[in-house]
Design a protein. Structure first.
Length: 380
């Protein structure tokens, strides 16, 4: 049995149960139980109508979970009045499920976990492994999230921007445990683009695809980080790059620019350069100007300063960096890079060492420490 079949069907089946009168939390639990049963039942092959099978089993499990015979009879009466399962739980229900899992009342961690479970169809154990926390801890987070949205109207207007932010958080988790969260984020974002017909959602998909195309070149065989400038570009996935560019061009043609489209345009310019020396840094700076106007983000301002250092020289880059709050993450690493380009190797080495101490992850710390050691060796 292909587990991807279950993941794809999960949101639609939850939608069917909610339409029949189940609250979201109970519906989600019932569908998870039905999926577990499918895992042991569909050993050789899935049934002819896997969605109908899941709806039937999940609805039965939902009814079995009700405490009173009256509650059971009421819901069975509603079931009798509903159309066949395949006629409900379609596009609109799945989109509303995205909205519900990314509801503003939920924090980022809860929204991500609930999205992965209810829309992505992952088990609590898989999500816990991906986030490197005990299964019990993740189960508690998901339970709290479901209680938070229990009384939210399923047909209430949702915010696509919030859904996009949640999916981008999933994508940035990358690959951990036995679940490829980057691939899951791309799969769910593809689904969202078919549901929403929104150019900024398409921009997010393009951004994810373009970043994913460089994935295999980002780390060495020993797990060390490899900077964009030093990556073996023959390892980039040209098919994914072409797809990302096509998606981006179609989104930009609608002339309603958003931050994900601008980020994707920057990623596309990096992907377009066969050699690092051919990177169109002038155009990248222009896109950072657009992105800064859209977001007023200090992180964007930092990245823009680095791009200016490549387009106009390190002195200009350092001047732009002087306007950025030093508390912004990776500020010290950016300063180290620009000082190295300017030929101030002693200052660069000190800054790289300082940046390594501030790094938020072990691979990044190791990478920056190696940069400091490399420059110190060059000085000697």
């Amino acid at each position: 049995m292909d587990p991807r079949v279950l993941r794809t069907l999960t949101p639609a089946v939850i939608g069917v149960l909610v339409h029949r009168g189940a609250d979201f939390a109970s519906a989600e639990d019932a569908v998870q139980e039905a999926s577990v049963q499918a895992g042991s039942t569909w050993v050789d092959a899935a049934p002819a109508d896997p969605k109908g099978w899941l709806v039937t089993v999940a609805w039965r499990k939902f009814l079995d979970a009700q405490r009173s015979e009256k509650a059971r009879r009421d819901r069975e009466d509603r079931l009798a009045a509903q159309p066949d399962p395949d006629s409900v739980g379609g596009v609109d229900d799945t989109l509303q499920l995205f909205f519900l899992c990314a509801h503003p009342s939920l924090g980022p961690v809860a929204a991500v976990a609930l999205t992965l479970r209810a829309v992505g169809g992952l088990t609590t154990r898989q999500i816990a492994q991906a986030y490197l926390v005990p299964e019990k801890t993740m189960a508690q987070r998901i339970s709290r999230a479901k209680r938070t949205v229990r009384d939210v109207r399923f047909d209430a207007p949702g915010d696509l921007g919030t859904v996009r932010r949640v999916l981008y958080l999933v994508f940035n988790e990358g690959y951990t445990g036995d679940v490829d969260l980057a691939a899951e984020a791309i799969r769910l974002t593809r689904q969202l683009t078919t549901l929403s017909d929104d150019e900024e959602t398409a921009g997010l998909l393009a951004l994810m695809v373009l970043h994913h195309a460089r994935r295999s070149a980002r780390t060495g065989s020993d797990g060390r980080l490899i900077s964009l400038a030093d990556q073996d570009r023959s390892r980039w996935d040209t098919g994914l790059i072409a797809e990302g560019v096509r998606i981006l061009q179609a989104a930009l043609a609608r002339d309603r620019l958003g931050e994900y489209q601008a980020q994707a345009a920057i990623a596309a310019l990096h992907a377009d350069a066969i050699r690092v020396e051919e990177t169109d840094w002038v155009q990248i700076v222009e896109w950072y100007d657009e992105l800064l106007a859209l977001t007023d983000s200090p992180v964007v301002q930092l990245n823009r300063a680095v791009a200016i250092g490549e387009a106009d020289g390190p002195i200009a880059g350092l001047a732009a960096l002087a306007d950025v709050d030093p508390a912004v993450p990776r500020h010290t690493a950016a300063a180290a890079h620009l000082h190295e380009k300017a030929g101030d190797l002693r200052q660069a080495a000190e800054l790289y060492a300082d940046a390594a101490e501030r790094a938020s992850s072990i691979p990044e710390r190791h990478h920056l420490a190696l940069q400091a050691a490399r420059i110190r060796a060059a000085i000697l």
